[in-house]
Write a protein that binds this ligand. Sequence first.
Ligand SMILES: *Cc1c(COP(=O)(O)O)cnc(C)c1O
Length: 355
Amino acid sequence: MKKYNFNAGPSMLPREVIEATAAACLDFDGCGLSLMEISHRAKNFQPVLDEATALVKELLSVPTGYSVLFLAGGASMEFCRIPYNFLEKKAAYLNTGTWANKAMKEARLLGEVVEVASSAEANYSYIPKGYTVPADADYFHITTNNTIFGTEMRYDPDCPVPMVADMSSDIFSRPVDVAKYNCIYAGAQKNLSMAGVNIVIVKDEALEKVSRPLPTMLNYMTHVKGGSMFNTPPVVPIYCAMQNLRWIKAQGGVEAMDKRAVERAAALYGEIDRNKLFRGTAKEEDRSLMNICFVMNDEYKELEADFLQMATERGMVGIKGHRSVGGFRASCYNAQTLEGVNALIQCMKDFEAAH
Ligand SMILES: *Cc1c(COP(=O)(O)O)cnc(C)c1O
């Protein structure tokens, strides 16, 4: 049976990206060895890293003066590296959910953290607005897409200080004004590649400004100088990212990804709003195009398990909601197809007709 992959992360990748990566794992570049068993310093691997770097810069129109890094450790590692590298006295954070809290927790170990606003009291169902970022903060940290709660900032806010953004679950889904940020980071396994690599876009002149001594691996400058090869990088996830960046470019770049995301989300939210059984959990204006969260209306709550079973029987994978929201979550990252979304919509319509 055809499977429709709505996993929140690790998540769906274009079939051709998976096939190209699998082929390189058997025989990389016709050299008779697997990508897994060659040196990262082999002459034929450097071009992979170079192309991936160049594609990141091209697709996001990264201005000069920024470095692109491919690092291990997951986005959670950047929660810690960010304050190490940028927090001298005080940092501002926007509390929009689980990941933002984890980022703040690491920053508190190193300095004062100002939580400028929070939507915790409403189970993070909206993005706070009208907050003031202190002008003396070293940076303002945002989480552009809240993977668990299904809210998203699909814009780059204006702010009196440089921003730092966790874009783990919506990077390459829209154009970004990189110049507003000192650092953008993302774990790869939502919208870019398999797990195992982070992409970090960092403004060179913002580095080495803090007074604390930095452990070597936590210092972004180590990796800028080392060209992401200070130590052995995760070559297979980087290769997979390179293939996916090629795919994004061939589809028309982030503008095309944005347009598709809008189409998919309009179709699915349209059905959620129309269907008498369901309702969305995020405030309409802050709805994520990447993680579409919905529950059954109170009077139909006991039908959730039945719907999940019907969807599963029709090949839908990964639509069970995160435990902190409940209900359902359909993750619609770049590789998601309108066909997949329409299959879910049909399932919702048929389930409604049966009840
Ligand atoms: C998944 C996720 C993370 C954590 O990523 P890891 O690579 O597992 O550390 C952080 N931030 C956001 C927004 C995420 O979606």
